[in-house]
Design a protein around this ligand. Sequence first.
Ligand code: ZN
Length: 203
Amino acid sequence: MKIICIGRNYVKHAEELNNEVPEKPLFFMKPETALIRSRLPFYYPDFSQNIHYEAELVLRICKLGKHIQKRFAHTYYDAIGVGLDFTARDVQEECKKKGHPWEIAKAFDGSAAVSEFIPITQLKNPEDIRFSLEKNGAIVQEGSSTHMIHDFGDLIAHLSRFVTLKIGDMLFTGTPAGVGPVKVGDKLELFLEGRSMLTLPVK
Ligand code: ZN
């Protein structure tokens, strides 16, 4: 299983980090060991002083595919959840400056939290999937799939030109504006269509 993540897929988030909006989807990967197993907290790592949350819609891939055409892309995922792409922002800024890869800022153990998945067929409005993140009970990020620069079909068509998608892979589809730091003692809670999906303490 692999975790593929999309960067800069919401205009306002790209702007808040002073990044250009990419013409093609920008992607990177996290290994399976990045995933936080169920009911474990997020443990603040010792190599960063500025860990950020990034709340994202996450697709679950249900079919093996390469060179997938956009019009068939919807048949390659069957369920959706919400996740957190934890990012060591201080380490990432260094990587960006030096032109280094992002793995030490993005792919470390515990850097991916994912809720349970719900079948796409159970969504109230598959054209406008809303999600949000609360930190200590206050909303810090709100997003809708309608605000994505590259929609699910574009993402899958683009990614599968380079990387074979396999059953069980997870696709983090980018974060909206409002990313920010976490600290030990915080409580993060993810919502999908208003329903609480995952509660995660920071330890
Ligand atoms: Zn992200």
